[in-house]
Design a protein around this ligand. Structure first.
Ligand SMILES: *Cc1c(COP(=O)(O)O)cnc(C)c1O
Length: 432
């Protein structure tokens, strides 16, 4: 039992910097930012001290009927840095709730806006992932996660993901991207007056397996949302807070969404906290006397929790003090120039953007023939990495690497070395 546990899932008891240590004393590089969360490393003195300082005052009261300093200050700091027009902040406690808030705000906004309508259709991308609550599963396109609950979910309109690697045989990446742009236009225009919002992860679909969008796609969705008289919801839960080399991914296409969802890296990866940012126009549609029935009825118990907001404030300060965006850009350069698995007959094209990297393993990469599922090739690679002292995760036979944006470049190089060795080892054994 002990051996099984140690091999299958190390029990982490401690961490320092970018290293996790398990109960047996073995250390691992944290190659997946402790699941998209960690930004500055673990046990960062400044964030630790901020949380301890807040503990000396109060850990949690509530934002329902009371205010608190850290949440007000954090809302202010987020608005200062957010894309133009995002002026209001609604706190919740994780990524899925940040999305649920956005969905409900969008739905109700259309029913209460100056010329109200009954828009009821949400648009999403193929293989989208936005969380595991019922609302966010409805937006989900990953059938492994969601097919069991089909009867429970609401209708959505699916756009083809525009990632060039999805080109079917006989089509080039460029042709496929043009097709995806044309389909987005066609489908959104066709259903324009029913669409309540278009929901997208800006620049990269992270949980899909690092599906990198071509330049201009986010801008296209912004334009289509505006021309359809509907809203754009940007899910920055995974890509926000320096992972793309900018504070928010939307900045890179100069796009201002109507709603922006944040979590994961918001607290530097320390504590659960979510935030949904929106515009004055949407906020104003909820104003009125209580008897007018325009209230947004949504409240999570730990909304605006002081410890989480304090960690987030400390993390924002460190992002600037330690020039984390510049560091993330340097990491991005390292990932872009990584070669060892290129052209390998079992490895598909390497996809990378910002601090994220992903690639797929195939029985035949040229023909995109998958390995038999039972071989669990992806799992074998992550296991081989773990034996070499690196924790990353696979999604099926897709291997993904996403270091903390503040990680030193040498450590990222060490990660890449382990990923290359482990992958080659597993592939060599498979072809025996
Ligand atoms: C993780 C994730 C979510 C859900 O966040 P939780 O905190 O797990 O609920 C939503 N959207 C994206 C893009 C994510 O990566």
């Amino acid at each position: 039992m002990e051996a099984y546990r140690a091999e299958e899932a190390p029990v982490i008891v401690e961490a320092t910097g970018f290293t996790l240590i398990d109960e047996t004393g073995k250390s691992y590089i944290d190659g997946h930012s402790s699941l998209w969360c960690n930004v500055h490393g673990h046990r960062v003195p400044e964030i630790d001290a901020a949380i301890v300082g807040q503990l000396g005052r109060v850990a949690h009261s509530t934002l329902l009927g009371c205010g608190n300093g850290p949440s007000a200050e954090l809302a202010h700091e987020l608005v200062l840095r957010a894309p133009t027009g995002l002026k209001k902040v609604f706190f919740s406690d994780n990524g899925a709730t940040a999305l649920e808030v956005a969905l409900k705000l969008a739905w109700q906004y259309h029913r209460q806006k100056p010329q109200p309508d009954q828009r009821n259709l949400f648009v999403r991308l193929s293989q989208a992932y936005h969380g595991d609550t019922v609302g966010t599963m409805s937006l989900g396109g990953i059938s492994t996660f969601h097919h069991q609950y089909a009867g429970l979910l609401f209708e959505t309109l699916e756009l083809p993901s525009p990632s060039a690697h999805l080109a079917p045989p006989g089509m080039t990446g460029e042709e496929y991207v043009l097709h995806a742009f044309a389909e987005a236009k066609r489908l959104i225009n066709q259903h324009a007056d029913r669409i309540a919002a278009i929901v997208v992860e800006p620049l990269v679909q992270a949980a899909a397996g690092i599906w990198v969008h071509p330049p201009g796609y986010l801008k296209l969705l912004r334009e289509l949302a505006t021309s359809a008289g509907t809203l754009l919801i940007a899910d920055e839960v995974a890509v926000g807070f320096a992972r793309m080399g900018s504070l928010f991914a939307c900045e890179q296409e100069a796009v201002s969404p109507d709603l922006m969802c944040l979590s994961k890296g918001l607290t530097g990866g320390y504590l659960p906290l979510g935030a949904t940012l929106t515009t004055d126009a949407i906020y104003d549609a909820f104003l009125g006397a209580p008897s007018a029935g325009r209230t947004f009825f949504h409240g999570h118990t730990y909304t605006g929790n002081q410890l989480g907001c304090t960690a987030a404030l400390a993390s924002l300060r460190l992002l600037e003090a330690n020039k984390v965006l510049e560091n993330a850009q340097a990491l991005s350069h390292t990932l872009k120039s990584w070669q060892p698995l290129c052209e390998h007959p079992h490895v598909g094209p390497i996809r990378t953007r910002g601090t994220l990297l992903g690639f797929d393993l195939f029985a035949d990469a040229a023909a995109k023939t998958p390995f038999p599922v039972g071989l669990r090739m992806g799992h074998q690679v992550t296991k081989a990495c773990r034996q070499r002292g690196l924790i990353i995760r696979n999604i099926g036979d897709t291997i993904i690497v996403y270091p903390a944006p503040a990680m030193p470049n040498e450590l990222l190089c060490a990660i890449l070395q382990i990923v290359a060795e482990s992958t080659l080892d597993v592939l060599r054994n498979a072809s025996r």
